[in-house]
Design a protein around this ligand. Sequence first.
Ligand code: MRU
Length: 349
Amino acid sequence: MKASFFTILPREDHILILDQRLLPGKKHYLRVRTYRDAHDAIRDMAVRGAPAIGVTAAFGLWLAARAARTKDRRTYKAELERAGRYLVSSRPTAHNLPWAIRRMLRVAKAEQSSPLSITERLYTEALHIFHEDIEANKRMGDLGAKLIPDGATVLTHCNAGTLATAGYGTALGVLRSAKSAGKRLKVFVDETRPFLQGARLTAWELNEDGFDVTLITDSMAGWMMKQDLIDACIVGADRIALNGDVANKIGTYSVAVLARVHSIPFYVAAPSSTFDAGISSGRDIVIEERAHKEVITLSDRVIAPAGIKVRNPAFDVTPATYITAIITEKGIIHAPYARAIRGLLKQTT
Ligand code: MRU
């Protein structure tokens, strides 16, 4: 299965990003030349999905380094720190973003050479983050595929595919690996209101890959489960706390509760870069609140009365107790998650 598109493509002095806001209608690549471009691409959702955001931010820091490489060492390092803070401020929930920036800044701090050669080293590090993400997804795919029975119909929410990562996908990577292993699968895709990542992105990329895809609105998931049409649920994650609570796209919590009520396994697939060792539970996860316009419009048409009160949290937190297993590149973990997650984060490879 070779994708007919790429999410992020590193070039010599910039990166190309597929503008996901225009999908599925148009494949247009944005040229990201500065760290400010990278920040805006993340903030404005041209690139989205936790791992893809992290990779974009890593290259964003390299672009900041390129712009500052002729300055003296102190100014150079101060500018990197400032650019790092600015990139991290683009969106608050995905852990992969601060994780990638911390990793890049650690490299910059450890290097004693000239700004010019640190900049080269930062490009190599961003490339490592990019390739490691694809490798992690393939590994998760191989491990997770075993959980998906032949002939299963699997429900997914939001987009945790190639478009959300450097390539292959987390939750959709598991489905890709299961399909490659010869399993016959059907995939039900929640449309994922209000930004429609399911309808616009997941349905599109799975369809391109020849999957048997059925699109449903979010409110239909429970009824599909009630009729025994769903055998498993699988989603990605934006941030996972030490106790296994998972922040993911708004609506994930509802799917998990419904899955529990109907005795359907609910799986999360996420690389170790999504785990936040600094928070003990999901209560500490900052949930992004997005523009009200996303809720009161549909294809730019206003669908609600003028002046109506609106809420638009972009993510929710699924308590660990609803999660059957978390698939990572380092292994599949089950409850009790706290011990398993600590062990996982200690492993180096
Ligand atoms: O707002 P988005 O589109 O960035 O939200 C994305 C999700 O919630 C994904 O499920 C998550 O980032 C995992 S992607 C592998």
